[in-house]
Write a protein that binds this ligand. Structure first.
Ligand code: NI
Length: 176
């Protein structure tokens, strides 16, 4: 018999939370995008979508030390124009321009948000889900997400980026 509960998304992974040491370690480059890597990517996308406010997820957050992240700014009202789902394999930021300060949160730091200085535009070299090399130009909220996720891949959390832990970090209200 079909189980109606299957329509309720169940995350594939539990989320590693600060101070899990894996979150502070740089990740390994992916040599080749094969079926195993694609399965990981797809599971990360499902996990991101399971969490209502989540607009990006990096492999270390799900316990994998690989240079892979997924993001989707279209899930958030802040994204005026968005490219939708982006799969980042071996992403590298080539150029940063401008600056903005924006409140960020992270599934791995669930109790806090912080005002984080970021570039307002980035140019990024990456592979996509097919393993094809591409370049992306992102701005505003999408550029911020990409910088946050690439930071995860370098072992950096938004808490490491705030100018002042006393004045730029805020306790989140508890929510279910
Ligand atoms: Ni994060």
């Amino acid at each position: 018999m079909a189980d109606s509960r299957k329509s309720v998304a169940v995350p594939d992974f539990s989320i590693r939370r600060f101070p899990d040491p894996l979150l502070k370690q740089p990740t390994r480059r992916v040599d080749r995008v094969d079926d195993r890597i694609r399965a990981l990517i797809d599971a990360m996308v499902r996990t991101m979508r399971h969490h209502p406010r989540c607009v990006g997820l990096a492999a270390p957050q799900v316990g994998r030390g690989l240079r892979i992240a997924v993001m989707d700014a279209s899930r958030h009202p802040k994204a005026a124009a968005s490219l939708g789902l982006l799969v980042l394999v071996n992403p590298q930021i080539l150029e940063r321009e401008g600056s903005l300060l924006q409140r960020e949160g992270c599934l791995s730091v669930p109790d806090f948000t912080g005002n984080v200085p970021r570039a307002s535009r980035v140019r990024l070299a990456t592979w996509d889900r097919a393993g094809s090399a591409m370049e992306l130009e992102l701005e505003g909220f999408e550029a911020v997400i990409a910088q946050h996720e690439v930071d995860h891949l370098d072992g950096t959390l938004f808490l490491d980026r705030v100018a002042n832990l006393a004045t730029d970090v805020f306790k989140r209200k508890t929510y279910l």
